[in-house]
Design a protein around this ligand. Structure first.
Ligand code: NAD
Length: 408
């Protein structure tokens, strides 16, 4: 079939397997080059890595950096859909399929589990696979972004919301597909919405993963675990850092401190990395963020400071996690990969553009084109017009999941 993008709001309903593979290939190239250029060499390297949320965005880039930067064995957990009679697979499915094919070709061990990472069953499956085929892990990356979570003990379903707290907020926003700039008003969250968002995107599940690994003696000495957070400027704070999602990130960061006390006993470390705002499936769903991100892209590109997920993860691994002299953490013990985004000169320019931006000048002040391109690239479109017009089979298997089905 010939696969075309079919978008609806902030999601695209189709994905292209060849474009998704191209995305993985480009990231592999960056990972290899950045790890190779590391001077002095790494103090140690990741060897056995568990990535929870491994199929897209920051989690996929972390997996690529571990496997192709350092040759680590990786177990990736994600929630993706294969193709069926009516639909293509999700992009994370195609990317994981491409990742595993490339890993196999490079002789790097990789396996994946597809299903709900919040469930106890998934933790049991991961523990059993690690015991049978991988051994203890020395790096655990926690990179889930999900709109809901079923509690593993009570079965209660929590839904996360993106709302301000206490006061309503109104802000400019853009429909990145049409370029229409409008004002959005969002009512403050109810108390239960705050606690539900914390239950989904806070640190409880991260802690449970670490308990499961520790209980099964699958944490190697000096194991590191890292989860991702966002801070952002005043422009986005009512909806992000001071909103419901910010409360969840506070909880995630507090969890890092508790996990760190535990891991420090064996020379390990738990840390949160505050990453840059980027176009991913998760961030395109947050009101206000597409306008902020497209203004930010314009400024950061003009200053030669722009990075994608893989460049951010390269800095995380090369400089912060495995570097000879890691840059300092902030006052809350967090790694700051958003340091270039938050540079005063960058934020001054973004803020000036934010004040002026309207429907008439948005294409000039903001990098809406770059935003749109990145958005469609997430789904495998816009990488290569030649392959996009070709007839392709959307039913691409993920090798390690196939073996399981055959062996079951
Ligand atoms: P993403 O949407 O690209 O990736 C989310 C991953 O989680 C995917 O692999 C998906 O399959 C997996 N997932 C979701 N629900 C799952 C479930 N129930 N079970 C198993 N897997 C599941 O998101 P992203 O933007 O890369 O976000 C990852 C983390 O990085 C989040 O904590 C996010 O807050 C943080 N972060 C994102 C940005 C940004 O701008 N995108 C900036 C800073 C921090």
């Amino acid at each position: 079939m010939i696969i075309r993008p079919q978008s609806k709001g902030f999601i695209c309903l189709t994905a292209h397997p060849d474009g998704c593979a191209k995305n993985v290939d480009e990231q592999i190239e960056v990972a290899r080059a950045r790890a190779k250029a590391q001077t002095p060499g790494p103090v140690r390297v990741p060897q056995t890595v568990l990535v929870i949320g491994a199929s897209t965005g920051y989690g996929l880039a972390s997996r690529i950096m571990a496997a192709f930067g350092y040759g680590a064995k990786t177990l990736g957990i994600f929630f993706e859909k294969p193709a069926d009679d009516k639909r293509t697979a999700t992009p994370g499915w195609y990317q994981s399929a491409a990742f595993e094919r490339r890993a196999q070709a490079a002789g790097v061990q990789a396996a994946s589990l597809n299903g709900d990472a919040f469930s106890s069953d998934m933790k049991r499956r991961a523990v059993s696979l690690l015991k049978d085929s991988f051994g203890p892990v020395d790096l655990v990356v926690y990179s889930l972004a999900s709109p809901r979570r079923t509690h593993p003990d009570t079965g209660e379903v929590f839904t996360s919301v993106l709302k301000p707290i206490l006061r309503p907020t109104s802000s400019k926003t853009v429909n990145f597909q049409t370029g229409v700039v409008s004002e959005v008003s969002i009512a403050p969250a109810e108390l239960t919405e705050i606690s539900q968002t914390v239950a989904v995107m806070g640190g409880d599940d991260w802690n449970r993963w670490m308990d499961a690994l520790d209980g099964a003696k699958l944490l190697a000495p000096q194991a590191i675990t890292v989860a991702y957070s966002y801070a952002g400027p005043e422009l986005t704070e009512s909806i992000y850092r001071r909103g419901t999602i910010g409360r969840a990130k506070d909880h995630l960061e507090a969890t890092a401190h508790r996990l760190n006390e535990r891991l420090a006993r064996t020379g390990g470390r738990a840390v949160v990395s505050v990453n840059k705002a980027l176009v991913t499936q998760a961030s395109s769903a947050i009101p206000v963020m597409p306008l902020y991100i497209s203004l930010l892209y314009k400024v950061m590109k003009s200053k030669g400071l722009h990075e994608g997920c893989i460049e951010q993860m390269a800095r995380l691994f090369v400089d912060h996690l495995y570097g000879d002299v890691p840059p300092p953490v902030d006052e809350h013990e967090r790694i700051r990969l958003d340091d270039w985004e938050m540079r005063p000169d960058v934020q001054r320019e973004v803020s000036r553009a934010w004040d002026r931006v309207n429907g008439r000048n948005v294409e000039e002040l903001a990098d809406l084109r770059g935003y749109r391109e990145d958005f469609f690239k997430l789904f495998g479109f816009g990488w290569d017009a030649g392959t996009e017009n070709a007839d392709v089979d959307p039913a691409i298997p993920i090798p390690s999941l196939e073996q399981k089905i055959q062996g079951a």
